[in-house]
Design a protein around this ligand. Structure first.
Ligand code: SF4
Ligand code: SF4
Length: 228
């Protein structure tokens, strides 16, 4: 550190000067905007999320998806390597015999308990057949009023692969934000007084097959309630 930095006071004054500069500048631009001037100049550095969003970099590691075969069936062979590698133990798989004689098993049930997930990507690294990826450009789910809202099912994870193929890299995020808006509309619509809470809302429509998460299998597993 230089002598000036070690004295602290000049650095504190510098910080206060920068803060005040931005405060006064933004205040001036906001006043100009309200009077109809300088509309092209941006007043604040913050983004009006979710109406505005930054484009995630190509390397962004987002929510998971299960990749599909050419016949649209799930590529996963229920080998459990991802669940074994997962340090947060948040992947729950139930294996079944595959109807395809060339394939031994497939996941009857595949769930990710996302509040436990640390988005480390070890499940993706562990998969021997490229059946799980984190290239959806969807950030972790941001709201829900029920723990079940955060359990990502096999159907949801497969649906993301279909959306990515059909609508491109922003398709999944647009779909999720549209669903959030729809839910808000339902809950806060004064003409639908019967919908008073989020837990009374309609089931999610952002994946095709109707899925009923009847029990929190992934959570139960960590409390030793299902005998695993
Ligand atoms: S990203 Fe990491 S924590 Fe999340 S499911 Fe995969 S292995 Fe587990
Ligand atoms: S996603 Fe990959 S590692 Fe996980 S069970 Fe399926 S095939 Fe195995």
């Amino acid at each position: 550190m230089t002598l000036m930095e070690r004295l602290y006071l000049p650095e504190i004054l510098k910080g206060v000067a920068i803060t005040n500069f931005h405060l006064i500048r933004n205040l001036g631009i906001h006043v100009a905007h309200s009077l109809g001037f300088a509309k092209a100049i941006r007043a604040a550095a913050t983004m009006q999320y979710p109406d505005e969003r930054k484009r995630y970099p190509d390397s962004f590691r987002g929510s998971h998806r299960l990749t599909l075969r050419e016949d649209s069936s799930v590529r996963c062979t229920a080998c459990f390597l991802c669940a074994t590698a997962c340090p947060a133990q948040c992947i729950y798989i139930e294996a079944g015999e595959s109807p395809d004689p060339q394939i031994e098993k497939y996941p009857v049930r595949y769930e990710i308990d996302t509040p436990r997930c640390i988005y480390c990507g070890l499940c993706v690294e562990a998969c021997p057949c490229d059946a799980i990826r984190m290239d959806t450009y969807v950030h972790p789910r941001i709201w829900g009023f029920d723990r079940k809202d955060f359990i990502e099912t096999k159907e949801m994870l497969m649906h993301r692969s279909r959306v990515l193929a059909e609508k491109g890299r922003d398709g999944n995020m647009q779909e999720m934000l549209a669903w959030y808006r729809e839910q808000n509309e339902q809950v806060f619509n004064p003409e639908r007084a019967e919908l008073k809470t989020y837990t009374e809302r309609e089931r999610p429509k952002h994946f095709e097959e109707p899925v009923e998460v009847t029990e929190l299998a992934a959570i139960d597993r960590h409390h030793g309630r299902d005998g695993h």
